[in-house]
Design a protein around this ligand. Structure first.
Ligand code: PGA
Length: 249
């Protein structure tokens, strides 16, 4: 049985006061939870968030360097994330791929380094609107996923999480339908099963792209949707708490 995960991707948002308020509300709203709850603040606020996160909210990063500590100006290393108590790292988010030219190979290197450091990767995959309209959704998602499996080895996926995030649904208010999400999630699970059936059954596959308090329950009700990666709605305490409860149902 897969335990659901709801992860908040705050992206490049927040200030000290806003984060204090948001974390206070989340910590009092998420007491014992039957789902895993994660927040991923901007790296500069990881310490602040970790110090407030309590026992039921895990903390993760939105990106990390594939390189070890050293002469990489402006980068953040895995030992630093571990030092701050981070458990997860989002990798290959579509904004990293499109705005910062992260290739499948770079994402694979980051994945390998993340697992080696003992953190859990959340590997994001997803197609653009044009690719969907051309019927290439599964080609694109398959290419992104297999690039990492082939480089890392399927045995490195024991603690990995996959996030299916159609690019056209991110930040647009346009969510994939429940059926569209389930179809791609099932296909992703089948692709993993080509490597190892046990890993396919155990791997959590999150849906991301305009998840909100109203649509979460329907999305999460699908057999192969094991929670969500939530952007905009994770900055509103009540909405994020409602989404966590939707995954708990
Ligand atoms: P969104 O972002 O929920 O604002 O669409 C999701 C994401 O990019 O992870």
């Amino acid at each position: 049985m897969r335990r659901a995960l709801v992860a908040g991707n705050w992206k490049m948002n927040g200030r000290t006061d806003f984060i204090n308020e948001l974390m206070n509300e989340l910590v009092s709203g998420i007491q014992a939870s039957a789902v895993d709850v994660l927040v991923c603040p901007p790296a500069i606020y990881l310490s602040q968030v970790k110090s407030m996160s309590g026992s039921f909210i895990a903390v993760g990063a939105q990106n990390v360097s594939e390189n070890p500590d050293g002469a990489f100006t402006g980068e953040i290393s895995l030992p630093m994330l571990r030092d701050l108590g981070c458990e997860y790292v989002i990798l290959g988010h579509s904004e990293r791929r499109s705005l910062y030219a992260e290739t499948d190979l770079v994402v694979a290197d980051k994945f390998i380094a993340t697992v080696a450091a003992g953190l859990k990767p959340i590997l994001c995959v997803g197609e653009t609107l044009e690719e969907r309209e051309q019927g290439k959704t599964l080609d694109v998602v398959g290419r992104q996923l297999k690039a990492v499996i082939d480089a890392a080895g399927i045995d490195k996926f024991a603690d990995a999480v996959i996030a299916y995030e159609p690019v056209w649904a991110i930040g647009t208010g346009k969510t994939a339908t429940s059926e569209q999400a389930q179809d791609v999630h099932a296909a992703i699970r089948a692709m993993i099963a080509e490597y190892d059936a046990k890993t396919a059954l155990a791997t959590r596959i999150l849906y991301g792209g305009s998840v909100n308090a109203r649509n979460a329950a329907e999305l999460f009700a699908n057999d192969d949707v094991d929670g969500g990666l939530v952007g905009g709605a994770s900055l509103k305490a009540n909405d994020f708490i409602a989404i966590c409860h939707a995954a708990d149902a």
